[in-house]
Design a protein around this ligand. Structure first.
Ligand code: M6R
Length: 612
């Protein structure tokens, strides 16, 4: 949520900052701005996308080798030119960019107003930079110290970077609850909210920890201390990410590219973990906690959005294969409802970004009650990955499209392996059955490849239904979370209202919606409750509803009933979500494109939700 990119070095800052903002635009895109330091601090900002900022600065003198830049997802104050970041201090000698929320900004603002300060914007960020300047002047301290003192008065979350007219070539960065990474180049430094704008310049990075403040000065070693004034030694890590992973590589949108990456991302998520020759699953990252999982009173899965849907598939997997009781919780509810937790509970936190504020807060709560926390994250070095006791990365590669696609299938792959590893240790599956499932997982990438070839049917269906106002998605068992995920994908990128439901629940309410205009997507694959789902389809047809069915290749019964059919390859019941989700992702993608929606940056959304 909101993107930060910063440069100090010998190159011109503005091209680096503008390119970085474009890479970060998926994090927030309602306004953008840059501040350049060359004798004075000059701020340029604009409502709208980075492209609008680009137009705004065209033809201006942008000479500077130091600068900070920001792309915003509004929290305090509507998205307009004034509320866009960077924000000046009162004297205009300092400028700040900020991700997060200063929760006590109102009381801080009142104090500052009483002391004669006049604010231009409605933002919490402007309050913070005024406070920092006030401390600097009244306490006669340098900027580093003023920021540290100010942050001790702040309640809330922040990733900030500040520049000062009086300290050229110096950047002050700090984080709490919102990530900040410092790129260490040859005679230059970068700072960003994630590594994507840095990767093409340096692979050496330092991730700031909670409540740390960094003093970054050109041609000087990096200095870090905590807001409580404790010196820290910077730990430089090497990034594994490649630049090509951040490009569209010929696809029209990141979402489409990411949908097509799934054969690879699923394979990468089981590579090195699934060993067919030896007949084992080895989850290196959590081996140490395997006993804890086996003895767990229950597993609690916490997540949000699509990751929560993957968690629901996880519930079926752990219970079905390893016979361990599971509860799946929205992190945002869990954190506020005084849950009963003991040291015998294992919490699995699932997150693509590893930065979701609610999931992070739920982890901290569970930790404080003694539970063991395992993370299933995609972004290495992310806050959730680091907050967990141990975990397993999903290896999906960077996901840029706001609608999560390949992260979901990678999460389901990792959860399947975890459940299988536990089932093997517990002996809840026969070795024959275990090997059958293992062999089938190994063939999933090829089957995803085949599923991706259903474009023509999907496009025809999209064309037919792109203008309807409502969709219903129904599935049972492992296909219930698939229905939820299909509905979420459609509503977030096409703005068509869509509901996901367990198919049998239809008759307890949603059936009232069904008429001859209502498309209903059934995930009706040939295992588990297939026969029951066929009955649900009959109920819909009896009310003249339009049935779009995802079926197993060779299906006869549903094909006779449904109006439209998309076939997916035959697979094990618990692996169907890995295939059935693919046409649903594509359906929402094509509908959104046909409706002229911005697929990669849907309105009001942001990729990582780092605020409550
Ligand atoms: O990064 P996370 O997996 O923690 O994000 C959770 C949700 O914000 C995310 O899945 C969101 O629902 C997506 N936009 C869904 O496509």
């Amino acid at each position: 949520m909101c993107g930060i990119v910063v440069y100090v070095g010998s190159k011109q800052a503005s091209p680096i900052l503008m390119k970085g903002l474009k890479r970060l635009e998926y994090r927030g895109y309602d306004s953008a701005g840059i501040a350049l330091l060359n004798k004075n601090v000059r701020v340029f900002k604009s409502k709208g996308k980075v492209a609008d900022l680009e137009k705004h600065i065209a033809g201006q003198n942008l000479e500077a080798t130091v600068g900070i830049a920001h792309t915003r997802w509004a929290t305090h104050g509507e998205p307009n030119n004034i509320n866009a970041h960077p924000h000046y201090s009162q004297s205009k000698e300092l400028a700040i960019i900020h991700n997060g929320i200063i929760e006590n900004y109102d009381s801080l603002k009142k104090e500052l107003v009483n002391r004669g300060y006049v604010f231009e914007s409605d933002t919490d960020t402007e309050v913070l930079i005024y406070l920092i300047e006030d401390i600097q002047k009244n306490e006669q301290v340098d900027l580093f110290e003023a920021v540290r003192i100010a942050l001790n008065q702040v309640i809330g979350a922040y990733a900030i970077v500040i520049i000062s007219k009086n300290e050229p070539n110096v950047l002050i960065g700090a984080r709490k609850g919102s990530p900040l990474v410092i790129g260490v180049g040859e005679g230059e430094y970068y700072i960003a909210s994630d590594a994507s704008p840095i990767i093409e310049y340096t692979k050496h990075v330092v991730y700031l920890e909670e409540e740390e403040v960094a003093f970054v000065k050109l041609n000087h070693p990096l200095k870090i201390k905590t807001i409580k004034n404790q010196e820290k030694t910077p730990y430089i890590e090497k990034l594994e990410m490649n630049l090509s992973e951040l490009e569209k590589e010929g696809f029209e949108h990141f979402m489409l590219k990411e949908i097509y990456e799934q054969p690879r991302s699923i394979r990468d998520s089981f590579r090195g973990r699934l060993n067919l020759e030896q007949g084992i699953v080895n989850m290196g990252g959590i081996n140490e906690y395997e006993q804890k999982l086996l003895n767990a009173r229950r597993i609690i899965i916490i997540a949000c959005g699509t990751s929560w849907h993957a968690g629901l598939v996880g519930e079926y997997l752990f219970e079905d294969l390893a016979r361990i009781p599971v509860e799946v919780e929205y992190a945002s509810e869990f954190r506020y409802r005084n849950p009963i937790l003991t040291e015998d509970d294992v919490v699995i936190a699932i997150s693509q970004s590893g930065e979701t504020a609610d999931t992070l807060a739920a982890i901290e709560l569970a930790k404080s009650k003694g539970a063991t926390i395992l993370g299933v994250c995609n972004v290495v070095g992310s806050s959730i990955a680091r907050a967990a006791h141990a975990g397993a990365f999903t290896h999906a590669g960077p996901e840029i499209g706001v609608a999560s696609t390949k992260a979901f299938t990678a999460q389901v792959t990792v959860l399947t392996l975890m459940a299988l590893a536990l089932a093997q240790r517990k002996g809840t599956l026969t070795s024959t059955r275990f090997m059958e499932i293992l062999t089938e997982i190994n063939s999933i990438p090829e089957k995803v490849e085949k599923t991706l070839k259903t474009s023509q049917q999907v496009i025809e269906i999209a064309e037919k239904f792109k203008d309807v106002r409502n969709f219903l998605y129904l599935g049972r068992g492992y296909n219930f979370p698939v229905a939820l995920e299909g509905a979420l994908k459609l509503k977030e990128i096409s703005y068509i209202h869509a509901e996901g439901y367990p198919a049998a629940e239809m008759k307890h309410g949603p059936i009232a919606l069904i008429d001859a205009d209502m498309p209903i997507v059934f995930i009706a694959t040939n295992k588990g409750t297939y026969v029951k789902v066929v009955s649900n389809i009959l109920e819909v047809k009896a009310r003249k509803g339009i049935v779009i069915a995802i079926v197993t290749e060779g299906d006869i019964q549903v094909k006779e009933l449904a109006d439209y059919v998309i076939e997916i390859p035959e697979t094990e019941e618990m692996l169907v979500p890995l295939l059935a989700t693919i046409p649903l992702q594509k359906l929402s993608y094509h509908i959104a494109v046909m409706r002229g929606c911005n697929v990669d940056q849907p309105r009001n959304l942001a990729k990582s939700v780092t605020v409550e």
